[in-house]
Design a binder for this molecule. Sequence first.
Ligand code: SAH
Length: 397
Amino acid sequence: MPKEVQIKVISNFVKKYKSGFPLITSDALINGQVLKEEGTIIKLTDEKGNFIGKGYYGKQNKGLGWILTNKEDQPFNQAFFVTKITNALNHRKQLFADPNTTAFRIFNGEGDGVGGITIDYFDRFYLINWYSIGIYQFRNVILDALKEVVDYKGIYQKKRFDAKGRYVEDDDFVTGERGEFPLIVKENGVHFAIYLNEGAMVGVFLDQREVRKTIQEKYAKGTNMLNTFSYTGAFSVFAALGGAIKTTSVDLANRSKAKTIEQFQLNGIDHEAQDIIVEDVFHYFKYAGRKNLKFDLVVLDPPSFARSKKVVFSAEKDYTNLLKETIAITSENGVIVASTNSSAFGMKKFKGFIQKAFEETGESYRILEEFSLPSDFRTIKEYPQGNYLKVVFIKKG
Ligand code: SAH
């Protein structure tokens, strides 16, 4: 049995926790120093010892752990996780019933009642992401619960809890059958090659499904499209299928070229008619500026934070500049799809970056539409910070 400790909350925070805020943060605790071993069960009380909620100690960059229940006598056993996962599956019924989409998220951390863990579905394979050593202490009951409620071919995992909260290199296979990779999955009828055992990233970011579909259906036709920070080129594939005249994908990582060719081939697109460039996006902007290149559709989807040889990019500090460089190579009436997954700022601030960039370049713009996380990336109103994705379609001119 895991240890259980009583932790008292500073009076200012009691109301917040009572109304369902799930994240345990150090600034809210009176006696947080008694927490030693991750996986310890935390019984949160007010200063007088009145029960507020029960959760676990698991360190992430966001906080010290998550509250999982407001019932004092609720054990965190297999039955508990079976209930949570069953509820989560019910919430994704439509996706399971859609033969054209075989890759989506089935469990989204605190949005589904258990912070610190996500589970993705890839055509009968399940991928668990553990975000702390603390939640990993519940591995056996969670795995048993998952095995009880889903019909799986195989289960894989990613341990995302090294000292800096990053992926721990490992054989990620857990149980069932080992997959044959690439596993070919579908998203709205478009194919993706998935590798569940090649590091932290598997080939696609599932949270952009609606954005990809929108680009394909409403914005790609007849455009010269530029996809920056393109990774495996998912946005380029949807743009090409949507009738883009040509796509250009730019990513710094060497692996991105072969992976992008693979995604084009899987979808019957001649990759030789597309440009796939391995280069720092900031260098590419300079090159495009010199050559006076112009694009009608530009996707900007940088990581929240990245360090390349010379530059350190932080979305919070550098997004305005990134946009300014983009505006310069976007044709009049062209569309910029500005995306960020940074949880350091919200939509309001993001729109502030957009406004500033256009003001400083002296161009006018209009916001056409906006996206946040799709419904399988479930979030709760008590923790709006969990809705990290912000995508804005902007028309220049
Ligand atoms: N837009 C992609 C996901 C981007 S992941 C998609 O929808 O699939 C972030 C990518 O940015 C990584 O592939 C990484 O190699 C790349 N990257 C990071 N810094 C970069 C830089 N300065 N120039 C170009 N690519 C960069």
